[in-house]
Design a protein around this ligand. Structure first.
Ligand SMILES: *[C@@H]1O[C@H](CO)[C@@H](O)[C@H](O)[C@H]1NC(C)=O
Ligand SMILES: *[C@@H]1O[C@H](CO)[C@@H](O)[C@H](O)[C@H]1NC(C)=O
Ligand SMILES: *[C@@H]1O[C@H](CO)[C@@H](O)[C@H](O)[C@H]1NC(C)=O
Ligand SMILES: *[C@@H]1O[C@H](CO)[C@@H](O)[C@H](O)[C@H]1NC(C)=O
Length: 481
């Protein structure tokens, strides 16, 4: 697994199933909706060097069905291909209908079909950063304003997960361009040792049943013990349906294996019971309840056996025949620099951004969570193993510090940004969950996960989720009119 974005993210055009996410999902790209027309924008390679004149083609999508002199809604793409499913459904389109808005979705540089360079060799990834992405938005907005004669329109940024952070920072850094922002499940504070992630996973499991994280801890501890003896490897290989006989030659091998298994729980908690199925994501009926029922089912054997049953269920849901647990293979895949490479859907790019901007490493360094065996040093070493020796710990510490220096972390001085988060979602730990001021309101939704309010509404949505969507609409109406 790997990215741990299990993290992240992927809400808009992203919340792509987890980009921030997890390499397992990277191997199962979301089917796209080819019926929506693609458009291409001539974008600058480097916004911060006046002597650099190279340009490239950035992909974007338009929906003008509801446009009738209202605002312009700009959905910000994130760490995966921009999914045109968002151009035909999603809550922002309901808002567009009410406010007669024009809807645009700009794919993030280096993801999907937006390729600024001929490949992704590490030297070329210097042009991949949130700062360049914000400047892309600014240039796109400026040119489109002229081209489509929109100089009298107010622009509103939308984004979920990492793009939610970008929506916040776009409003913060380019207030002369963007009038308001809806930042969903946005981690605004960069953090290397993101131990809170697994702490929230524990809380979210315990909220269903306090025994659940205890059974997970017991299983995880058993596995760690078993990994110490080579004679257990054949049994573990069979129990977890590994693609090759387990080999543990280093701390990195065992950490990768343990993180992959923990990833089953991390992903389910992050996306619990949401409506991502509209984007074509598989396995969305596997919820915290389903996992915790398995972990409580003594008829399946010991907690270790139940942990294996969870792994089987997830493999079935994702239509995987076996589980890859080779760290070496993972690094090989992540090192491939071609646009057709196995991690080119977003893994290579996103992990680069974590190593050079955000950290967000979901380590087991807190004792207040049920997993073990993948410490901060495991994530830090990935940066050097994948991108080269200069991407070392010192450099990551500096880079993450610089990110917070540039954007202010939790200390946001702005206006007309609404932040929404779900209590179940581990990412809320790095987001804004209380009003910062009257002009910077927050919505903290009980019982929902990552980016829940962005997905199309369902009849059985909890009332507080429906209320959150309406509240955000009321803010937009107040701000725009
Ligand atoms: C725009 O969104 C509406 C409402 O979801 C949908 O019916 C329409 O097909 C979309 N138009 C385009 C061009 O995608
Ligand atoms: C989820 O849905 C799939 C396909 O519809 C079904 O085969 C599977 O049994 C469901 N799993 C759960 C846990 O409900
Ligand atoms: C990571 O954070 C945890 C909890 O705050 C702390 O106990 C641990 O020492 C940190 N790890 C490192 C390597 O700094
Ligand atoms: C980390 O890399 C930098 C160059 O990027 C180098 O100056 C520094 O000595 C390295 N630190 C360690 C601990 O290896």
């Amino acid at each position: 697994m790997a990215f741990s974005l299990a993290g992240l993210v992927f809400c808009s055009g992203l919340c792509f199933s987890s980009a921030f996410l997890s390499s397992r999902r990277y191997r199962n790209p979301v089917p796209l909706f080819p019926s929506v027309d693609e458009h291409w924008f001539d974008q600058k390679l480097d916004h911060f060097n006046g002597a650099e004149s190279r340009v490239w083609k950035q992909r974007f999508f338009i929906n003008d069905t509801f446009y009738d002199g209202g605002p312009v809604f700009l959905m910000i793409g994130g760490e995966g291909p921009a999914n045109p499913a968002w151009m035909v459904s999603g809550t922002w389109l309901r808002y567009a209908e009410k406010l007669k808005a024009l809807c645009l979705l700009l794919e993030h540089r280096f993801y999907g079909k937006s390729h600024p360079t001929e490949d992704m060799r590490t030297a070329n990834l210097q042009y991949l950063s949130s700062k360049q992405a914000l400047a892309d938005l600014a240039h796109f907005q400026t040119v489109m304003t002229q081209k489509l004669k929109l100089s009298h329109s107010k622009w509103v940024a939308f984004g979920g997960s990492y793009p939610g952070s970008l929506a916040t920072w776009y409003r913060l850094k380019y207030p002369h361009l963007i009038y308001a922002a809806v930042a969903t499940s946005a981690p605004v504070y960069a953090l290397i040792n993101f131990t809170e992630y697994l702490e929230v996973v524990q809380t979210s499991l315990a909220d269903y049943n306090s025994e659940c994280p205890k059974a997970v801890k017991s299983a995880s501890d058993t596995l760690v013990m078993m990994l110490k003896k080579k004679e257990n490897y054949v049994k573990i290989t069979e129990d977890f349906k590994l693609c090759e006989i387990l080999q543990i030659n280093s701390e990195m091998d065992s950490a990768y294996f343990l993180e992959t298994l923990a990833g089953n729980f991390m992903d389910v908690v992050q996306y619990n019971n949401d409506n991502r199925a509209f984007e074509g994501v598989k396995g969305t009926n596997i919820t915290i309840q389903v996992l915790c029922e398995i972990m409580a089912d003594v008829s399946l054997g010991t907690p270790y056996d139940r942990y294996a049953a969870v792994a089987h269920l997830m493999m079935d849901a994702l239509e995987m025949k076996c589980m890859d647990t080779s760290y070496k293979k993972y690094v090989q895949e992540m090192t491939s620099a071609t646009w057709e490479g196995p991690a080119a859907v977003g893994g290579r790019q996103w992990v680069y951004q974590t190593c050079t901007e955000f950290g967000f490493f979901q380590s087991t360094d807190s004792t207040n969570q049920p997993f073990s065996g993948f410490s901060l040093s495991y994530f830090v070493q990935q940066c050097t193993d994948i991108y080269g020796p200069e991407f070392n710990f010192t450099r990551i510490v500096n880079a993450v510090g610089q990110t917070n220096e540039m954007y202010g972390g939790f200390n946001i001085q702005s206006s007309r940004i609404v932040f929404s988060n779900g209590c179940v979602d581990p990412w809320h730990a790095l987001g804004i969950i209380k009003d910062l001021s009257e002009e910077l309101p927050a919505v903290y939704i009980k019982g929902t996960a990552h980016c829940a309010n962005m997905y199309p509404a369902r009849a059985d949505d909890p009332p507080q989720l429906a209320a959150a969507r309406l509240y955000i609409l009321s803010l937009l109406e107040k701000w725009i009119n």
